[in-house]
Design a protein around this ligand. Structure first.
Ligand code: G3P
Ligand code: CA
Length: 265
């Protein structure tokens, strides 16, 4: 698709709603994504886990412990079990100043429910989590994208971006689909700036990198941009920090707090 899209523009500065508008609503719920849309986020960010019965759901952790009223591993539960959980009350307890009655009993959404709710009105920035342990996660994801016509030529480039810490997962996607823009997420433990050769290897399959804001200093961002990569630091909730990253050449940020950083657009 060669339709011009501002989403992949090197001069753009994208606000990626990290787990939705997760500063003001329980992360990875339809309510959180809806608020992100209302606040004009460029993308809603979705972390994917896969249930035991092979359904993609939006959850950051590989257990439900932190963000629901139950506990256990997602990969050992069927969708029906996950659908019984309350994915909102934890937020009300943790952030009483942001609590809302409507969050009580809110469900963990499946990816299908998210696409049903927002269709092509949203742009999606989707992360494969635990791809090694989730059989055919990538195939499953691409099938859903296809079913909801999110990969059609008529959609702007970058309507859907796929991110992962796993290069293997991204390369699997690249083998299945030659067009979806991919983002390589950088592990946090290494402090050194990757060599230009390393960045160029990423460039072979990815349009950009996602990198912790703790690592993304001026030299780091310059080196990645030099290799032709977009740079999206995570997670940036302070305006001053966003301004600094933008001045250094970052092309967007992941943020929980769209309100705090809205002036960066
Ligand atoms: O996807 C970018 C950023 O979200 C990576 O960290 O742990 O929040 O998924 P995490
Ligand atoms: Ca993520």
């Amino acid at each position: 698709n060669d339709q011009h899209s501002a989403l992949l523009d090197e001069d753009a500065f994208l606000l990626i709603a990290h787990r939705g508008a997760s500063a003001i609503a329980p992360e990875h719920t339809l309510a959180s994504y809806q608020l992100a849309m209302d606040m004009d986020a460029d993308f809603i960010e979705i972390d994917l886990q896969m249930t035991q019965d092979g359904v993609l759901v939006a959850l950051h952790d590989d257990t439900v412990d932190r963000t629901t009223d139950r506990s256990g591993k997602v990969a050992e539960m069927d969708l029906v079990d996950i659908k019984r959980m309350d994915a909102g009350s934890w937020f009300n307890a943790e952030k009483p100043d942001r609590a809302k009655d409507e969050y009580v009993g809110i469900q963990v959404p499946t990816l299908e429910e998210i696409f049903t709710a927002f269709g092509d009105s949203a742009n999606y920035y989707i992360e494969t989590k635990q791809p090694d342990e989730s059989e055919e996660m990538e195939e499953n994801l691409l099938e859903l994208l296809d079913q909801f016509k999110l990969l059609e030529e008529s959609q702007p480039d970058g309507k859907v971006m796929i991110q992962s810490f796993s290069a293997d997962s991204l390369k699997t996607i690249r083998q299945l689909d030659n067009n979806i823009p991919l983002i390589q997420l950088m592990d946090d433990f290494e402090q050194v700036i990757p060599s230009s050769e390393t960045f160029e290897l990423y460039r072979e399959y990815a349009v950009g990198i996602g990198v912790s804001h703790r690592k993304a200093d001026e030299a780091y961002i310059a080196a990645a941009r030099e290799a032709g990569l977009l740079v999206h630091p995570f997670v940036v909730d302070k305006l001053a920090e966003g301004e600094k990253l933008k001045s250094w050449g970052a092309t967007g940020i992941f943020t929980n707090d769209l309100e705090a950083v809205s002036s960066l657009k």
